[in-house]
Design a protein around this ligand. Structure first.
Ligand SMILES: Cc1cc2nc3c(=O)[nH]c(=O)nc-3n(C[C@H](O)[C@H](O)[C@H](O)COP(=O)(O)OP(=O)(O)OC[C@H]3O[C@@H](n4cnc5c(N)ncnc54)[C@H](O)[C@@H]3O)c2cc1C
Length: 271
């Protein structure tokens, strides 16, 4: 879609500093959402693809994804065999049901910054203890857990002018057993509920609920809970008015399927 209100586009190069922020500015990553609907408030796009940030970096400490890493690049990534959470990566990539073109343009950072409830990169990075690095033009960088970065539908903790630089996933989280469940109203529909369970070597069990709630909800247990305890913890963490409501699912359906999927995850990881 042509963005008629945009009067200039800056393409940043590798060595360029971030420009001073103006009202009407937006960072342009893959553009898969920016160009998908009218953007009446935008006057200037700042294209970050040319910054040429390496898409990913692996070390003993874990995996760091540049905000500009595309879904396709992430899906192609081969991770060490000891990081048994690896299959979760592909599953979350495939939860973004887009064409070849979308997969090759849409970025991990763009997905987090969109902060849609059905953001599968949000689910992946929240479940694996992701930590965001945030830059500001001329300012110091700061770090924030993914769970605190996403505040609600299309609302993040970014301040005006800040840019998401990268997301770090610690090796300890990548070494956990995981279970993934997702449901949508139609076979190619957007996620109505997307849940991830993780189990670490000490037996600690974590459930991350996304898509059925406006923002990610993490529920932690020192050991895998029983069915009743899990149901109670979900009810305590997500109040009756806390279930998301949009064309991709009614709140009562989302509450119901979240309970079913959570129980499946509990049984799978308790095995
Ligand atoms: C067919 C189709 C299916 C889709 N399915 C899904 C889906 O299932 N779930 C979902 O969540 N989304 C979905 N989307 C929406 C969107 O494509 C994705 O969220 C995508 O990951 C956005 O990434 P992008 O790089 O294209 O972002 P852009 O469109 O470039 O930007 C999106 C927003 O994030 C800001 N932004 C981007 N990068 C940064 C950064 N590094 N720092 C600060 N701000 C930044 C931009 O300014 C803009 O406001 C879909 C879109 C299409 C067209």
């Amino acid at each position: 879609m042509d963005l008629n209100g945009v009067t200039s586009v800056i393409t940043l190069g590798k060595a360029d500093a971030l420009p001073a922020w103006r009202t009407g500015d937006a960072w342009l990553a893959g553009g898969t959402w920016l160009f998908s609907e009218p953007q009446p408030g935008l006057r200037r796009l700042i294209d970050v693809a040319g910054l040429d940030w390496p898409a990913h970096a692996l070390s003993e400490a874990g995996l760091t994804l540049a905000a500009t890493c595309t879904i396709a690049q992430l899906d192609r990534l081969e991770l060490p065999p000891t990081w048994i959470a690896a299959p979760l990566v592909g599953r979350c990539c495939r939860a973004l049901l887009g064409s070849f073109k979308i997969w090759n343009r849409a970025t991990v950072g763009g997905n987090l910054c969109m902060a849609l409830p059905a953001g599968p990169m949000i689910a992946l990075t929240a479940a694996l203890d992701g930590v965001c690095t945030i830059l500001a033009p001329g300012g110091p960088e700061r770090r924030l857990a993914v769970a605190d970065f996403v505040l609600g539908p299309q609302r993040t903790a970014l301040r005006p002018g800040e840019i998401l630089r990268s997301i770090a996933l610690p090796a300890a989280a990548l070494s956990r057993r995981t279970a993934f469940r997702r449901i949508s109203l139609s076979p190619n529909g957007r996620s109505g509920a997307l849940l991830i369970g993780t189990l670490d070597r000490s037996g600690a069990f974590d459930l991350t609920v996304t898509a059925s709630t406006p923002r990610p909800v993490r529920i932690a247990f020192p050991a895998p809970p029983g069915a009743e305890a899990l149901r109670g913890a979900i009810a305590a963490a997500i109040p009756e008015a806390g279930w998301y409501d949009d064309v991709h699912g009614a709140p009562d359906w989302r509450r119901h399927v979240t309970g079913l999927l959570a129980e499946e995850i509990r049984q799978e990881l308790a095995r």
